[in-house]
Design a protein around this ligand. Structure first.
Ligand SMILES: C=C1C[C@]23C[C@@]1(O)CC[C@H]2[C@@]12CC[C@H](O)[C@@](C)(C(=O)O1)[C@H]2[C@@H]3C(=O)O
Ligand SMILES: O=C(O)CCC(=O)C(=O)O
Ligand SMILES: [Fe+2]
Length: 375
């Protein structure tokens, strides 16, 4: 049973010139999961699996990561980084795809009203990157990031194990094993959205020192309306599972069916003590569509900066992603052909942010009858 959120939705997006997002009706659309398992582990695993199947998204509370511990230390370190002068921040970039980025997202012309750090979650990679992020004390920066990654990876693996149990998998640890592999390709992303009410006063092109990228252009898929301020455009996350923590500034929206079954953008009320968990494309493929990779975006509409940190739990590059046998049945034939995470990443980097990239791997209808088929 999914516990409905009781937090009243805020109305900040009401001022936007974008298609209106709906406040979560009574908080009902966004499930809240109490990770302390007050009704036992079986009930918790069913609740997590249900939320990931119905919404692909939930708010995790009582998750065991103390907000004043690793999250607070990471926020302090990353806020200090974003407060640096533009030329100091650029030492950590450009995002290729890892590094420091400002406004430009990916390689295909997407832009948003943000700057970010994109790091590989592997300790050696963090240590390497830290020397260009915190020139005064790189080892302090890497230990703060590694401590955070350890905590959030543990939480991600707990959730993946609950999913394995809730789905009744033969090996309930199968998902988490992909993430605990030494060569897992998990990422950590820290997004910093400047206060939107001052955006018009800032010359962002100058701030970011980005040549050739004009302010958000209409028609690039990131700006659906004149005057709209997209922080991070509509997309699904490609990996297995994403765990997002942000300060108390609203902005995240998720695309969920409304009461009439029509997709509508739902505002996710900020909660700095919670983790927002979303299913990624790989988990959708492994479960043959049983779990859904939810589309989401960030609208920059607040007068305070939004700072968010997302851990993207991913398998190693060579991992083969193929629907699990127990997820393929006569009534639910194989939906996607098999691929490696490396192949999926190659496709994803060639596409725009909003692309439904899993569609590229959809099997033809005449292929789908046989559960053992796949490339
Ligand atoms: C436009 C792009 C940015 C992105 C790679 C991509 O080509 C399509 C997926 C994008 C995304 C969304 C979720 C994560 O923020 C991200 C790091 C990821 O793995 O896929 C970004 C990529 C990125 O910013 O490099
Ligand atoms: O910054 C946020 O709150 C969400 C950003 C996001 O969805 C992403 O980086 O993939
Ligand atoms: Fe995302």
């Amino acid at each position: 049973m999914v516990v409905p959120s009781t937090t009243p939705a805020r109305q900040e997006t009401a001022t936007l010139l974008l298609p209106q997002a709906q406040p979560s009706p009574g908080g009902g659309a966004i499930p809240t999961v109490d990770m302390s398992a007050p009704r036992g582990r079986g009930a918790l695993s069913r609740q997590v699996a249900r939320a990931c199947a119905e919404q692909g998204f939930f708010r995790a509370v009582n998750h065991g990561v103390p907000p004043a511990g690793p999250p607070a230390r990471l926020d302090a370190a990353t806020s200090a980084f974003f407060a640096l002068a533009a030329h100091d921040k650029q030492r950590a970039g450009p995002p290729s795809p890892l590094g420091y980025g400002c406004r430009s997202i990916g390689f295909n012309g997407d832009v948003g009203e943000l700057e970010y750090l994109l790091l590989h979650a592997n300790p050696a990679a963090v240590a390497h990157r830290a020397s260009s992020i915190d020139t005064n004390d790189p080892s302090r920066f890497s230990s703060v990031v590694n401590e955070y990654v350890e905590a959030v990876k543990q939480l991600a693996c707990d959730i993946l194990d609950l999913l394995g149990e809730g789905l009744g998998l033969e090996d309930p640890r199968l998902f988490s094993k992909l993430v605990t592999e030494a060569d897992s390709d998990s990422l950590l992303r820290i997004n910093h959205y400047p206060p939107s009410c001052t955006v018009h006063k800032l010359d962002h092109d100058d701030q970011c020192k980005l040549k050739g990228i004009a302010r958000t252009k209409a028609g690039n898929g990131a700006n659906p309306g004149a005057g709209g301020r997209i922080g991070f455009g509509e997309h699904s996350d490609p990996q297995l599972l994403s765990l997002l923590r942000a300060n108390d500034v609203d902005g995240l929206q998720v695309l969920l069916p409304d009461v009439n079954g029509k997709d509508a953008w739902i505002q996710v009320p900020a909660d700095s003590s919670a983790y927002f968990v979303n299913v990624g494309d790989l988990l959708q493929a492994l479960t043959n569509g049983r779990l859904v990779s939810i589309r989401h975006r960030v609208i920059a509409s607040a007068c305070r900066p939004r700072l968010s940190t997302i851990y993207f739990a991913a398998p190693p590059l060579h991992a083969r992603i193929s629907a699990l046998p127990e997820m393929v049945t006569a009534s639910s034939p194989r939906r996607y052909r098999s691929f490696t995470w490396a192949e999926y990443k190659t496709a994803m980097y060639s596409l725009r942010l909003s692309h439904s990239r899993l569609d590229l791997f959809h099997v033809d209808d005449d292929e789908s009858g046989n559960g053992s088929k796949g490339k």
